[in-house]
Design a protein around this ligand. Structure first.
Ligand SMILES: [Zn+2]
Ligand SMILES: [Zn+2]
Length: 427
């Protein structure tokens, strides 16, 4: 159908504003707004039919009921909704009233167009309000997880602003033992502490099994600096509560919900955290990250280097120790889920490689052992055999009981995963 015939039929249905008119043929000629397109059609129609040009006041439009005159107002309301919030990207969504969607369908039917002709009211609204919001604030539109996401509910006369989380990546060292990575709620009172008159005996009423955690030393500082409502710590795996995390540290991401500040100085943030953690925990390599970093950090099962202090039940000969270690180095170990591991998880036998292993006999009943192993290798069990659940093991090969008395992680890294430079976690 000729565009002028479309326009002629549309104007016969009653007062239709320029935007609603232009939207019917939004797929013809680009680089114009629908209002421009509608206005041009109306002009051409007056010229073709030699009639007087009669503009239509948008307020009188029976299709949008004047909504197409409100783009500026909604853009300003959106800007007000995020006043004081820092953002660089945004997106606008609209929920049109059902009546307007019905009017749109009626207009197309009256004109003889199919229901999908031109552009829907909703997408014009999103775009026109979005354009104006961008001009007002200097932010960029983004469809992939913008900093702020608006939903305009026209029927309810409301604009909802969702401020998306922001993320900080870094690596931590844990320099004191008995600090869990994340808060560890008490099993007995389920984290409540049983507030008030009847404090929980198990945790002394705090609700937590440990006073501190790597999370507690870091996340609140980030939450505070970014002025958010909640902060969550995501680690690339975790060491045992009683193990130190040394060397180049372990990658982590802290997620801050509803931040009012995003572009923070990460060097300063790093010093703030390190001052707050006061030597128990240290962070480095802090930088701003995107949301996909959480999955990358959590899914990464990196190789690790450990140092274990090992105590034997009986005297051990240095040659026998060297032979046992030589046999373990480069081998694949079968480990049935250890006794100490949470038994809500399925028990399975897993195979993990020991890449490198060295041992130094300090005393007849004590050795310092270093191991570089595949992600997921249970070190304490590799030494003790865990009552035969791990095979082979140092205790098994020596024929002597062996136990890890202190375990430290020296590096979360593998040959081809140079964590020192964080290459795996580059954007
Ligand atoms: Zn209209
Ligand atoms: Zn408790």
């Amino acid at each position: 159908m000729d565009v002028l015939d479309v326009a002629a039929r549309a104007t016969e249905t009653g007062p239709v504003c320029d935007a609603c008119l232009g939207r019917l043929v939004a797929d013809r000629s680009f680089g114009l707004s629908n209002a421009d397109r509608g206005s041009a059609l109306r002009t051409s129609l007056a010229l073709r039919d030699d009639e007087d040009f009669e503009p239509v006041d948008t307020a009188d439009c029976w299709v949008c009921e004047g909504r197409c005159a409100a783009f500026d107002e909604w853009a300003e309301r959106a800007a007000e909704a995020v006043e004081g919030v820092e953002f660089a990207t945004y997106n606008v969504g609209t929920r049109p009233p059902p009546l307007i969607e019905e009017n749109e369908a009626l207009l197309r039917a009256d004109v003889g167009l199919d229901e999908e002709a031109g552009e829907p009211f909703k997408s014009e609204f999103n775009r026109e309000v979005g354009k104006r919001f961008g001009r007002l604030t200097g932010a960029e539109v983004s469809f992939d997880r913008p900093d702020v996401q608006f939903t305009i509910d026209l029927a309810e006369d409301e604009v909802d602003a969702k401020v998306n989380s922001t993320f900080v990546y870094g690596r931590y060292r844990k320099l004191e033992r008995d600090i869990p990575q994340t808060e560890w709620p008490c099993r007995e009172c389920k984290g409540s502490g049983r507030q008030g008159a009847d404090p929980c005996d198990h945790c002394g009423g705090s609700g937590y099994l440990y006073d501190d955690s790597v999370e507690e030393y870091t996340a609140p500082v980030v939450e505070d600096v970014m002025d958010g409502t909640e902060a969550t710590f995501h680690g690339a795996g975790r060491e045992d509560v009683d193990a130190l995390m040394l060397g180049t540290g372990r990658p982590f991401v802290i997620e801050v919900e509803e931040p009012r500040r995003r572009r923070v100085d990460t060097d300063r943030l790093q010093s703030d955290i390190n001052a707050f953690a006061d030597g128990a925990v240290e962070v480095e390599g802090l930088r701003l990250a995107t949301y996909d970093m959480v999955e990358r950090v959590k899914e990464h099962d990196a190789a690790k280097r450990y140092r274990a202090q090992v105590t034997f039940d009986a005297d051990v000969d240095a040659d026998a120790l060297a032979a046992a270690v030589g046999e373990l180095e480069g081998t694949t170990v079968e480990q049935y889920t250890p006794n100490r591991v949470d038994h809500r998880r399925a028990s399975i036998t897993r195979e993990r490689d020991v890449y490198e292993m060295t041992a130094e006999l300090d005393e007849p009943r004590h050795a310092t052992v270093e191991i570089r192993g595949e992600g997921g290798l249970y070190i304490k069990e590799l030494i003790s055999s865990d009552e035969g659940r791990t095979e082979p093991s140092l205790a098994g090969l020596l024929g002597v009981g062996a136990e890890v008395t202190a375990l430290d992680v020296l590096a979360v890294a593998g040959e081809d995963e140079p964590f020192e430079r964080d290459e795996f976690f580059r954007e």
